[in-house]
Design a protein around this ligand. Structure first.
Ligand code: GLN
Length: 204
């Protein structure tokens, strides 16, 4: 669990409720101890600065490139994306999933909203909380979109995407008290699908 900034505790609670062992990752040494990583919601520009100052940016990029499973929500989605629009000029991208995102782009009409999403692989809708959420503007060919939302202009936007064992959500599944999306990530990371994927992940 990347614990530099953001809603770390909510994610840890969700993972622990599912029986996962968790560790707060703040240094390159912590990173060595985990086999998968959750990046929480919060402020992606601040997390980017802290990734730099903690020395974690190079090892994290390396682990992701080697196939470490990762789950990013909201700011975490922004960090894991290939391209960021409306970021800080010096904001880093982890480039773990081939999508382009625009920061705070749902926020032109409303800052925050909730929506019942139809999610691929889930029988019942998922009640999703969006807080100054990024809009996914580009989806690469290898990326699967698992849920969409219609924005204020009537455009359908991807809000849950997956590429092999990297899962990203524009919303905050950790705030819904519904473990199904965390469960899906854990199942996915345990299955270790895709080239370079790592073995089962007891920690996040
Ligand atoms: N707007 C924030 C950012 O750019 C993300 C908001 C969130 O994580 N709730 O990082």
């Amino acid at each position: 669990m990347l614990a530099l900034q953001g809603d770390v505790r909510e994610h840890m609670g969700a993972l622990e409720d599912l029986g996962e062992e968790t560790l707060e990752v703040r240094t390159p040494r912590d990173l060595d101890q985990v086999t998968s990583l959750v990046i929480p919601g919060g402020e992606s520009t601040t997390m980017s600065i802290l990734l730099d100052s903690s020395g974690m940016l190079p090892p994290l990029k390396e682990r992701l490139a080697a196939g470490m499973p990762a789950f990013g929500t909201c700011a975490g989605m922004i960090l894991l994306a290939r391209e960021i629009s409306d970021g800080r000029a010096d904001q880093h991208t982890l480039d773990a999933i081939d999508i382009g995102v625009r920061r705070n782009a749902f926020g032109r009409q409303v800052d925050s909203f909730e929506s019942d999403l139809v999610v691929d692989g889930l029988d019942e809708p998922f009640h999703a909380v969006f807080i100054r959420a990024p809009v996914v503007e580009r989806v690469g060919p290898g990326v699967e979109v698992m849920a969409w939302v219609t924005d204020g202009t009537g455009t359908r936007r991807p809000v849950l995407c997956r590429d092999r064992n990297v899962v990203v959500a524009a919303f905050h599944p950790e705030l819904s008290g519904d473990p199904r999306i965390h469960k899906m990530f854990l199942a996915r990371s345990r299955a270790g699908k895709g080239p370079g994927a790592e073995p089962p992940a007891p920690e996040a």
